[in-house]
Structures are given as structure tokens and as C-alpha cells.
Design a protein around this ligand. Structure first.
Ligand code: SF4
Length: 67
């Protein structure tokens, strides 16, 4: 790892607004006023990669993509 930038995205058509990703990784995901998860960072800082990946795995409808 190192020098490898990660980005997260949420498919707004799939997200059901359960809030799990915000609980797991609030520095990266936040529910907006439509109760849809949005990514609040451009690139995921290294120290947040682990929680962002955890949120991706935990999302019940697989709305989160990290690459
Ligand atoms: Fe949406 Fe998935 Fe986050 Fe739940 S865990 S708010 S369904 S992106």
C-alpha cells in the first residue's frame, strides 16, 4: 500500500438510508437531508480506509463501492 488513492461512492438509487455506514465510518459517510448516504471526502485518507471498507462490506444492499 501507500501512494494508492482510494475513493468511495454510494449508488443513490440503491441506498435505503439505513445509516449503518455513517455509524461505522462517520468521517467518510453521512446521510444527507434525503436520508441517502453521501461520501463527504474526496479521497479516503489512509487512516480511514479500514472503516470505509468495513462500511462497504456491511451495507445491506451493496450500495457502496470503494476503488
Ligand atoms: Fe445506504 Fe448502505 Fe449506508 Fe445503509 S449502509 S445508509 S444502505 S449506503
Amino acid at each position: 500500500m501507500g501512494g494508492f488513492e482510494m475513493k468511495a461512492s454510494v449508488d443513490r438509487d440503491i441506498c435505503i438510508g439505513c445509516g449503518l455506514c455513517e455509524i461505522t465510518c462517520p468521517e467518510v459517510f453521512e446521510l444527507d437531508d434525503e436520508m441517502i448516504s453521501t461520501v463527504i471526502v474526496d479521497e479516503i485518507p489512509e487512516d480511514l480506509e479500514e472503516c470505509a471498507e468495513e462500511a462497504e462490506e456491511e451495507c445491506p444492499v451493496t450500495a457502496i463501492t470503494i476503488d
